[in-house]
Design a protein around this ligand. Structure first.
Ligand code: ACO
Length: 463
């Protein structure tokens, strides 16, 4: 499994000179011009705002064909994983590159289970360490980095040593991210902190930790557990998105796994990325409250006054395959929990309207994974500010696998993009008294000169 470099080349002509660059072909046939020598040969760099056309790395983990709506983890289509697998088995596949044998699966699950609780000293974070108003994503990011402090042998920032402890660190993070998330919720809601149970599966354990009340243990309906597990599985990786690229960027400096995933959580938090699932529900509630059938909201989105949250994607120019799976799952969960949620009807109406509107058709804007995941999370009782946290728990296997890919690449370089500078050219340092309006004609003259490429002498300094 690797890219192939064939005889095909790309030519770039600059003035009278033509330069040739190799073309790489990925295993799914996608082509990339290797411009690794562009600057040294031509003195030019490329400009690609938002990296829409730039491959930042070679990766073996996840493949997306945005035009055809295909997504696969380590070569296995997402639909097949959704039908047959669990989040933990999927995590193994993504992290280690193949499906586990029965023995490997059992060892991995045991390791994840054994690591579920937090060091007792960490409990203090939930006892006044954060204000009740703290967003759980802030708590999650801080504590994922902090948890590494209890395992100094795993966070040495020395690649070989951190990789030696990789199996333990990966299981630990997969497990503790769920415990930290549930504890953050309990702290915020004034509920007593409770520990994970040894006899419960991954998603069931999480729901138990979230919703158990004093004198009332919560055990979710199997279909509710399955729906959450499916959401986590569908979020497990999505190649070079904003948060995963952040994880890879931090990892490229040699930073340890804990620091890298903690940065990933911060990148995920924003409303254009993982924060969109929360915004989808807020948008649907707003539409419901206003009595709009979606028409006014769509018009506002078309005029650029707002965005149709849960719609559009940098890579998918057709239906996000995860959204398709979750649409069906949403209907099933609502029937299981016996909730008739008007927001689902609004979502379906919005989708129908948007899909027949030229604005959305021309721009290839389709529902993305967040459009229906929010409906499911709401139906199973997840509070809004935990939605993005669910995404973070789901994305953990992907971040871990990408960290490992970066850390174990002996030829890897620190990620350090370039820029096209459009700021001021050389300017004078103006002393405070002149900035305050006290000017001298002598100073003004010299300032003018320096902008025209003349003297850069600091006239103010002369004064
Ligand atoms: N509603 C209305 N118009 C939109 C939307 C939207 N949701 N998304 C894109 N557009 C329009 C833009 O205004 C732009 O129009 P123009 O060409 O007339 O200027 C055009 O479509 C292209 O949009 P870009 O912003 O250039 O697309 P980009 O690839 O940069 O952004 C993104 C992708 C951020 C996902 C965008 O579609 C968006 O903001 N969607 C809503 C937020 C959302 O759902 N995010 C979750 C993404 S999935 C994930 O992270 C799991």
């Amino acid at each position: 499994m690797s890219e192939s470099s064939n005889s095909e080349t790309a030519k770039i002509t600059l003035g009278e000179n033509t330069y040739e660059f190799p073309v790489l072909t990925g295993t799914e046939g996608e082509k990339a011009i290797d411009i690794g020598k562009l600057r040294s040969q031509t003195g030019h760099i490329v400009y690609d705002e938002g990296f829409a056309n730039t491959a930042s790395c070679k990766s073996e983990i996840t493949f997306i064909d945005g035009d055809k709506g295909r997504l696969s983890y380590r070569g296995i289509p997402i639909e097949v994983m959704a039908e047959n697998s669990t989040f933990i088995e999927t995590a193994y596949l993504i992290i280690y590159g193949q499906l586990p044998t029965r023995k490997e699966m059992s060892q991995f699950s045991q390791k994840v289970l054994r690591n579920a609780s937090l060091h007792e000293a960490m409990m203090h974070f939930f006892d006044g360490g954060f204000p009740f108003t703290a967003h759980p994503m802030a708590i999650l990011s801080s504590l994922l980095n902090s948890v590494g402090c209890y395992y100094p042998e795993m966070v040495t920032n020395q690649r070989e040593q951190d990789l030696e402890h990789f199996d333990d660190a990966a299981a630990l993070l997969l497990s503790k991210v769920r415990t930290i998330a549930a504890m953050a919720y309990r702290m915020k809601n004034g509920l007593p902190l409770i520990y994970p149970k040894r006899d419960l599966g991954y998603s069931q354990n999480f729901l138990h930790m979230m919703f158990t009340e004093p004198y009332h243990e919560y055990y979710p309906h199997d279909d509710v557990t399955k729906a959450l597990d499916l959401i986590l599985l569908l979020h497990a990786d999505h190649e070079q998105n904003c948060s995963t690229s952040t994880v890879r960027m931090v990892a490229s400096s040699g930073a340890n796994l804990f620091a890298s995933v903690s940065a990933g959580v911060c990148a995920l938090w924003g409303p254009l990325h993982g924060g969109a699932n929360q915004r989808v529900i807020q948008m649907l509630m707003e539409i419901h409250k206003s009595g709009d059938d979606g028409t006014a909201y769509i018009e506002a989105a078309k005029q650029g006054k707002t965005r149709l949250m849960g719609f559009g994607h940098r890579v998918y120019k057709t239906y996000d395959p995860r959204a398709k799976i979750l649409h069906g799952a949403a209907e099933k969960v609502l029937s299981v929990v016996k909730v008739k949620d008007p927001l689902l009807d609004i979502a379906q109406r919005l989708e129908e309207k948007a899909r027949s509107d030229p604005y959305f058709i021309e721009r290839n804007l389709y529902p993305n994974v967040d459009f229906y995941s929010g409906i499911i999370l709401k139906a199973i009782g997840m509070p809004l500010d935990m939605f993005t946290v669910m995404f973070a728990i789901g994305r953990m296997p992907g971040w871990i696998a990408h960290w490992r890919e970066v850390a174990s690449n002996p030829k890897g370089r620190i990620i350090r993009p370039r820029q096209v500078y459009v700021g001021f050219r050389t300017r004078n340092y103006i002393k405070m008294r002149y900035r305050d309006g006290e000017t001298s004609s002598d100073y003004e003259q010299d300032e003018h000169k320096s902008f025209g490429g003349g003297s850069s002498e600091n006239a103010a300094a002369k004064a």
